[in-house]
Design a protein around this ligand. Sequence first.
Ligand code: ADP
Ligand code: MG
Length: 353
Amino acid sequence: MASVTITNVRKSYGHFEVLHGVDVDIRDGEFVILVGPSGCGKSTLLRMIAGLEEISGGDIAIGSKVVNDVAPKERDIAMVFQSYALYPHMTVEANMGFSLRLAQAPKDETKRRVREAAQILGLDHLLDRYPRNLSGGQRQRVAMGRAIVRQPQVFLFDEPLSNLDAKLRVQMRAEIKQLHQRLKTTVVYVTHDQIEAMTMADRIVVMREGYVEQIGSPLDLYDRPANLFVAGFIGSPGMNFIPGTVSESGPFDFIAAGGVRLPLPEPGSAKRGQEAIYGIRPEHLLINQGGIDATVSLIEPTGAETQITALLGPTQIVASVRDRIDVRPGDTISVGFDFGTIHIFDAQTECRL
Ligand code: ADP
Ligand code: MG
């Protein structure tokens, strides 16, 4: 196991810079997820840790050693990609042992490590099968098995679950998390799926367009998003954003479009008259418990909860309620706000106030 220290790392393709000075400190044994929209530079950063992309600026260290100029196979990492690329003509056992055979590890050692990994992954009864006779989830496990047998310092995963159907994805993400709890090897994991990031990571690195927007534990990001981007990216359905201004005088309120007055918590660093964005998550809106009137436009039950879209003045908001409530489009509901769950962002800088 080892830490991974990424210091002011830049990457350019020709004149086009895609990573603009990224700093991330990954602790020994930590499960860190890089998350962000497609094209933000996650895979590029991961491939730089692996040694598959040259580093245009800055340093990457694994443990205490800067590895900028160290060949991939000398870095003691193992990578699992979205496409598992198993060898079709090799059995599960041969696929899993391939890298050890390549490294000319003793035969019995290879066999022992493959058996061990197969047992951890529940593949022991499939060692003689060929990839074509495996389900998607089993192939995924073989790909992980190939990484595990190498007993690397660091596991690198690039969207390993993207090819699986929704149900299997949920199952595999629990398996990978348990695997990490068992092996305790440092993991750097890339995904565009914020739920995957929230459920699996010790810490999440939110990226956008080659910049790190915020680093924190899943609940840090959920409770205290540093800016509008993170606030909107984490959580589903997404946070409601209501533009407006902080009241000039009188009670310290937020004046939204249409003159709707929303309660503001303690002034914090929000100033009188300031243009701001009022953020509240759908699950934090209190429906029909007093508050401000809104007109329902859409009801979407999911079973466990119901999403209600409504107009608060001219602004559309979404509320998510766990109780079954009897409302229909056109009905008036009351929307209540709890001070503890309100986020205020500067309209210009988009940073949290
Ligand atoms: P992500 O994994 O977050 O979807 P990538 O790291 O694959 O994003 O890509 C980041 C940016 O770098 C994108 O704009 C992509 O087009 C660009 N990029 C990636 N690889 C290359 C390459 N070999 N040559 C030029 N541009 C590239
Ligand atoms: Mg990618």
